[in-house]
Design a protein around this ligand. Structure first.
Ligand code: ADP
Ligand code: 5GP
Length: 205
């Protein structure tokens, strides 16, 4: 067991605001992290890989996993289930890693309630709604109907930004990436993440 406790960094924000793009940008600058691969019942998008972007499953399998208590949290987002499996998260936390979640506002609330002392959270958004629409349209991965659902949900989600520790407005990607790296690094030196006995006895020696 690491003398330093694992930590959780939650990223939320409207679909299409740039969470995945930002994460890809910052991984090289963050130490010892583990990205939590969610399970979902939505269809894979073009370019997504099973076990890398998501674990894709059926509604029946997902509901079985709910019954078995396999999820740390799960939610229905845009008409599909999304959830975080408990086992890999516990293993990564035990190894003292920074566990990164890309989950919605409902998931954030649940994880906060369960693991508050080790959670840091960031709400990410575009500068405005029309930029979100542009990005969702340009990404061209979803149908018009799905995009409309995501925009409707985004209007609701943005109301929750003050439940988060930090807000990143992802306008210029490079600036937003720098902010995210700073947050990820500062998350690692939270006093509560250190084992008190180890720190005090080492200090006294
Ligand atoms: P999310 O993971 O939040 O759903 P994505 O990372 O898939 O969002 O980004 C949605 C689209 O917006 C992608 O086409 C991506 O290239 C683009 N994008 C992300 N960040 C920016 C930015 N800062 N400026 C312009 N376009 C961006
Ligand atoms: P997308 O379909 O665009 O990949 O994700 C849609 C939304 O579901 C995003 O807001 C994303 O953060 C959220 N999401 C992804 N995985 C999870 C998860 O495991 N739990 C919860 N609660 N939300 C998730």
């Amino acid at each position: 067991m690491s003398e330093k406790k694992g930590a959780i960094l939650i990223l939320s924000g409207p679909s299409g605001c740039g969470k995945s793009t930002l994460l890809k940008e910052v991984y090289k600058d963050i130490d010892d992290y583990y990205f939590s691969i969610s399970t979902t019942t939505r269809d894979p998008r073009e370019g997504e890989t099973e076990g890398v972007d998501y674990l894709f499953t059926s509604k029946e399998e997902f509901e079985k996993d709910i019954e078995n208590g396999d999820f740390l949290e799960y939610a229905n987002v845009h008409g599909n289930y999304y959830g975080t499996s408990l086992k890999p998260i516990n293993a990564a936390l035990k190894e003292g890693k920074l566990v990164i979640f890309d989950i919605d506002v409902q998931g954030h609330e649940i994880v906060r309630e369960k693991l508050d002392s080790i959670v840091t959270s960031v709400f990410i958004t575009t500068p405005n709604l029309s930029e979100l629409e542009t990005r969702l349209n340009n990404r061209a991965t979803d149908s018009k109907e799905v995009i409309e659902k995501r925009i409707k949900n985004a209007k609701h989600e943005v109301e929750f930004f003050q439940d988060y520790d930090y807000l990143i407005i992802n306008d210029d990607l490079e600036t937003a990436a720098k902010q995210l790296v700073s947050i990820a690094n500062i998350t690692r030196v939270k006093a509560k993440l250190f084992d008190k006995e180890t720190i005090v006895s080492t200090w006294l020696n």
